[in-house]
Design a protein around this ligand. Structure first.
Ligand code: NAD
Length: 486
């Protein structure tokens, strides 16, 4: 199979690639050049209706398909993603603005491993049984839910899309999925891959379009029994408000304002390199990026100097070039938002230590959306800049005197997604890990991914967990069967 990206992308419904029923498309921009390079379906409620009907029709057969066969098809999808890694990575870079090397090394390989992990996972998925001594035995039947909705954001387009779809399909559900309207290209290409892999018609349906129209049509549809959503806290709250009274199962992976706690006793060189990475990877557009760097006062000046020296060397430019450590911001709308946030920080009294402005690389990217990595200091913990997610290449520096103060600063936001701790004191690492209000704590590392572990946040960063057995449990309905023999 040769993958191609047509100018007009199409929905994938009931095994076919089709235009939206209303015939409407919106422009899809390459953020590195600011030019339109494709058009995305602006689907409506009727397309979602078609997709749900197809999924319902496919469910009886797919849910009874043996796990061995499901494994084979999903594993084939993983293989095809690997075979087309280069093409998928280029498509993603043109869609999202991230560096091509990053897409090749991280996003696309991880998309493939999502499918492989859950393809094999379903072969080993087991449920519990509880014996009541000489009276009865209980066992838990875990059955697929039916039609489920998967809605994903633009920052890791194929990686997060497949992170939801793969466990949902592995568990025997049929899916109506919506990628972000900002980055639809790799989801379109996944449709082609699924067709090639022999996924039966209607098992996965992909409807492109906006959140308020297509996303909400999926969430409100009475036949969609569970929603797995990754995106902003505001959209998550709206979805929860719609879905809760309908008693749908919900998994919400939302925003973050993640702290990095840097202690004087850390492994200095390693910490410096990793803190630069956790601050600015993917232009800071990873929900797990650290955006509040908390530094022990005794090494604050030393840290600041070394950090700025490294940030200074991060080259921002054409994402197709190997040398570019940072690419373009995903869209004009998001670019404007980040620049506004930097303005707000200035008004709040921040000192801009580095960056703080957009840049125009020469040549083909001169009209793209590029922002210099930005480091701010002089802000208190309660200001807007330290409270609200910016989701761009902007970090703040704050200092602390004691471990207790570090913890207080770290927990001083409404979010609770991820935190990192940089120390060589093992006891401290354990103490803080238990007390940090976060769903994920990394000690002396960042973005290590073990697919078996639960993934998700607390507080305004969401409810529910993805990853490993948690995802397979989410996408199955447990039924307790109690057999009395006493
Ligand atoms: P977003 O909330 O604007 O959109 C996410 C998805 O939801 C898109 O597909 C969008 O079309 C859809 N959507 C928007 N409104 C909707 C509605 N009312 N009903 C149904 N669907 C709707 O988020 P975004 O700007 O695409 O992504 C950035 C956000 O995602 C950041 O806040 C980031 O922290 C978060 N994020 C979280 C995680 C995580 O795992 N916790 C991972 C990546 C990104």
């Amino acid at each position: 199979m040769k993958l191609e990206l047509p100018y007009h992308l199409e929905n994938y419904i009931d095994g076919y690639l089709i235009a939206p029923l209303n015939g409407t498309f919106s422009d899809n921009y390459n953020p590195a050049t600011g030019e339109v390079y494709a058009q995305t379906p602006e689907s409506g409620q009727r397309d979602v209706e078609l997709a749900v009907t197809a999924a319902k029709k496919a469910f009886p057969s797919w849910s009874k398909t043996s796990s061995e066969t499901r494994f084979r098809i999903l594993n084939r999808i993983a293989e095809l993603i690997e075979e087309h890694l280069e093409f998928l990575a280029i498509a993603e870079t043109n869609d999202n603005g991230k560096p091509l090397w990053l897409s090749k090394q991280v996003d696309i390989p991880r998309s493939s491993s999502n499918f492989r992990f859950f393809a094999t996972g379903i072969l080993h998925f087991a449920s519990e049984s509880h014996a009541m001594e000489d009276r009865a035995i209980n066992y838990t039947l875990r059955q697929p839910i039916g039609v489920v909705g998967c809605i994903s954001p633009w920052n890791l387009p194929l990686y997060l899309f497949t992170w939801k779809i793969a466990p949902a399909l592995a568990a025997g559900n049929c899916v109506v999925a919506k990628p972000s309207e900002v980055t639809p290209a790799t989801a379109y290409l996944l449709s082609k891959i699924c067709m090639e892999a022999g996924l039966p018609s209607g098992v996965l349906n992909i409807v492109h379009g906006s959140g308020p129209v297509v996303g909400e049509a999926i969430v409100t549809h009475p036949d969609v029994k569970a929603i797995s959503f990754t995106g902003s806290t505001a959209a998550g709250a709206r979805i929860a408000g719609i879905a809760a009274p309908k008693f749908k199962k919900l998994s919400l992976e939302l925003g973050g304002k993640n702290p990095a706690l840097i202690f004087a006793d850390c492994d200095w060189e390693k910490t410096m390199d990793e803190v630069v990475r956790l601050s600015f990877s993917n232009q800071g557009e990873i929900c797990l990026c650290g955006s509040r760097l908390l530094i022990e006062a005794s090494v604050y000046s030393k840290f600041k100097e070394a950090f700025l020296e490294k940030v200074q060397r991060l080259s921002v430019g054409d994402p197709m070039l190997e040398a570019s450590r940072q690419g373009a911001i995903v869209s004009k709308v998001h670019y404007d938002k980040i620049l506004r946030c930097i303005e707000t920080a200035r008004k709040e009294g921040a000192t801009v230590l580095i960056g703080g402005h957009s840049i125009q690389p020469k040549g083909r990217c001169e009209n793209g959306y590029f922002i210099q990595p930005t480091v701010l200091e002089g802000l208190g913990p309660n200001c807007q800049t330290n409270q609200e997610e910016i989701f761009g290449p902007v970090v703040t520096l704050q200092s602390f005197e004691t471990e207790a103060e570090a913890l207080e600063l770290a927990n001083a936001t409404s979010y609770g997604l991820a935190a990192t701790v940089w120390t060589s004191d093992l006891a401290r690492a354990h103490r803080l890990s238990a007390k940090l209000e976060a769903g994920i704590v990394w000690v002396n590392c960042w973005l290590q991914r073990d697919l078996r572990t639960p993934f998700g946040g607390v507080k305004n960063s969401g409810v529910g967990r993805e990853g490993g057995w948690e995802a397979l449990r989410f996408f199955t309905e447990p039924k307790n069967v109690c057999i009395h023999f006493g």
